[in-house]
Design a protein around this ligand. Structure first.
Ligand SMILES: [Zn+2]
Length: 161
């Protein structure tokens, strides 16, 4: 089911999400999140963006330029961050029309739970590393605007309609 994507500054986007249970409810949530992400034209979506304060995000780094590769991350945790940083222009489904330059770690090692409850860890690089950091920010009540300097943030917010 396609859910409504909340817009910043909805309070769900400024609060810390709680650990998720790996159960049927969370898996149904993930299915809805993927459907909502594809419908909205995004490559990542975190549960708080649809008003569910659970530590779950979905991502598909590939579908815009090829076959879909849907991924679900339950209770993700960053175990390692590369010292190398990368500055990139990021959009957000919850802050349409704003593209913010955000500095992120180029690579991270991410640990998360799978649908069967097992735990997996993997090094993410490229877009997947950046997207995962963006979505985990959402789980911690942080958005792209929060990475900007006060002046750039004020300018971005002034441009919101
Ligand atoms: Zn976002």
């Amino acid at each position: 089911m396609i859910r409504r994507v909340l817009r910043w500054p909805d309070e769900c986007l400024t609060q810390v999400a709680q650990p998720a249970c790996v159960d049927g409810q969370t898996l149904a949530l993930a299915v809805d999140m993927l459907e909502t992400m594809y419908d909205a034209g995004g490559r990542g979506l975190a549960a708080p963006q649809i008003g569910v304060m659970a530590r779950v995000f979905v991502m598909d780094a590939a579908w815009k330029s090829g076959d879909p590769v849907p991924e679900v991350f339950i209770n993700p945790e960053i175990l390692w961050r590369s010292p190398q940083m990368a500055l990139g222009a990021e959009g957000c489904l919850s802050i349409p029309d704003v593209v913010a330059d955000v500095k992120r770690h180029s690579e991270v090692v991410l640990q998360w739970q799978l649908a069967d409850g097992s735990t997996q860890a993997q090094k993410l690089t490229g877009f997947r590393a950046i997207c995962a950091q963006h979505e985990i920010d959402h789980l911690n009540g942080i958005v792209t605007l929060d990475h900007l300097s006060p002046d750039a943030r004020a300018a971005a917010i002034a441009g919101l309609t």
